[in-house]
Design a protein around this ligand. Structure first.
Ligand code: KIV
Ligand code: ZN
Length: 513
């Protein structure tokens, strides 16, 4: 029987450390639910002591998400461990994940601690955490730049103290595959009690080697792989879960390793994470990029048409990419629509969510000749980014051209009143955003604006993602429409409502002006 590997997903912790990413508690729960559908073994839900918001999010994930171990990260410090335990103790399977750096460079310049002090602290804090929780993961931060004799000593000592998982991070993405594989082999051969625990690896992608290093470590005996959806994470990110899994599965003949992941959930997981974080996936990204299964050259197209395996080493269906067939026409009823949603894997939508999606579908079918699965996905994802609508879009009007100053008039509804404001701008989108800010009474910094066509064709749905900042916090907004100005207006309003729901209307308004 093949060896089974465990998948530890840290999208909600290291992934959230991606510059500009800020997920609220509902979004974290939504992602955690999807990670369970994906079949990960462990969800690292956050760094509980980092802020009250992080604490509440870890606690909510621990208390509400069943079917995976829930971990919180903490430094090797008593108050961090107390907080981590407080947050995860309600989980079906809680884990405390504590870490301290072991490389000379980190011990000297960051910790200002000697080798013996670090060793002593690591052991003491694993013992301390063990008083709370059976399952303790210990990470030797910057392990790949740690002297191996010291790393062996630390690993052996923390296992003796009660660690159940020992994590070997390549914190700065410095290792190379052969070298990292050898490091794991060395640990297996030189640490006497290593068989008692899972050996985990956590690779960063600074040199673009995170997945390669992770797979090399697995070949050399690592039993838990840490990763994130779409490779999000600090700096260049972490090893991408979708690449690791499809690598293992596609090359099962070579690796002979199994895992619990349901690969048909990969595409949906990737989409959910990119729409909630506002971090788009590059088109040529392996597995989940828009071009990952596209064949451009005539020779390739010809090959694939006669026999798919000529140029396809895995099928789009294996990651849950729909075959993009026509869904339904504008005369289709709600029952048929609901059946199609189920076939597409949307099995857990509430009645009112289905109704809302159906209404959007009807409107779209009026405007667009052919409604494809990808259109339906975009409409459903719009629901995911919904927030309490303090302001609703009533109407907008734009005047723009190459010889006029763009002007926009936007009317927004709040309770029973309608607020109308006009503004000029550097183009229609800027004018609309300025008019909306006036109407709401807030001023936001636009950090990023992205527009993509959901499908091919002139009548395609346009999907706009905006990232705005307010008081150093980032808010993401999404909007879809066949009219790209409307999609932009909806996205900006979505971001405004998100800022208001998190900061409160007064804070959002006062400090911005
Ligand atoms: O990159 C790293 O070393 C980490 C550890 C804290 C696990 O994220
Ligand atoms: Zn990391």
């Amino acid at each position: 029987m093949s060896r089974q590997i465990k998948i530890f997903d840290t999208t909600l912790r290291d992934g959230e450390q991606t510059p500009g990413v800020n997920l609220n508690i509902h979004e974290k729960l939504e992602i955690a639910r999807q990670l369970v559908r994906l079949g990960v073994d462990v969800i690292e839900a956050g760094f509980a002591i980092a802020s009250p918001g992080d604490f509440e999010a870890v606690k909510a994930v621990a208390e509400n998400i069943k079917g995976a171990t829930i971990a919180s990260l903490c430094r090797a410090v008593e108050k961090d461990i107390d907080r981590a335990w407080e947050a995860v103790k309600g989980a079906e399977r809680p884990r405390i994940h504590t870490f301290i750096a072991t490389s000379d460079i980190h011990m000297k310049y960051k910790l200002k601690m000697s080798e013996e002090e670090v060793l002593e602290r690591a052991v003491a804090m694993v013992k301390y955490a063990k008083n709370y929780c059976e399952d303790i993961e210990f990470s030797a931060e910057d392990a790949s730049r740690t002297r191996t004799d010291f790393l062996y000593r630390v690993v052996e000592a923390v296992i003796k103290a009660g660690a159940t998982v020992v994590n070997i991070p390549d914190t700065v993405g410095y290792a190379t595959p052969l070298e990292f594989g050898r490091l794991i082999k060395g640990i297996r051969e030189n640490v006497s009690n290593i068989d008692k625990v899972d050996i985990s690896v956590h690779c960063h992608n600074d040199l673009g080697l995170a997945v390669a290093n992770t797979l090399a470590a697995m070949e050399n005996g690592a039993t838990q792989l840490e990763c994130t959806v779409n490779g999000l994470g600090e700096r260049a990110g972490n090893a991408a879960v979708e690449e690791i899994i499809m690598g293992i599965n596609t090359r099962k003949d070579f690796y002979g390793i199994s895992n619990k992941i349901d690969t048909t959930q990969i595409y949906r997981t990737s989409k959910l994470v990119s729409s909630l974080t506002g971090v788009n996936v590059q088109p040529n990204k392996a597995i989940v990029g828009a071009n990952a299964f596209a064949h451009e050259s005539g020779i390739h197209q010809h090959g694939v048409l006669s026999e798919k395996s000529t140029y396809e080493i895995m099928t789009p269906e294996s990651i849950g990419l729909s075959t993009n067939r026509m869904v339904l026409g504008k005369l289709s009823g709600r029952h048929a629509f609901e059946e199609r949603l189920k076939e597409m894997g949307y099995t857990s939508l509430a009645n009112d969510e289905i109704q809302k999606a159906f209404e959007k579908f009807k409107k779209l079918a009026d405007k667009k000749k052919v409604v494809l699965d990808r259109d339906i996905e975009a409409l459903i994802e719009e629901k995911v980014s919904e927030v309490p609508e303090v302001f609703e879009l009533d109407s907008f009007q734009i005047n723009s051209g190459n010889k006029t100053i763009a002007t926009a008039t936007v009317s927004l509804k709040k309770n029973d009143s309608v607020i109308t404001e006009a503004a000029t701008g550097d183009g229609p989108v800027d004018a609309a955003f300025n008019a909306m800010e006036r109407a709401v009474g807030v001023s936001l910094e636009l950090e990023d604006y992205g527009l993509r066509a959901v499908t091919e064709g002139k009548d395609a749905l346009g999907e706009v993602t905006v990232r705005v900042s307010k008081d150093e916090k980032i808010f993401v907004g999404r909007g879809v429409s066949t009219d790209i100005i409307e999609a932009s207006v909806k996205a900006y309003l979505n971001a405004i409502n998100r800022a208001i729901s998190e900061l409160g209307e007064d804070t959002a308004a006062v400090s911005g002006n």
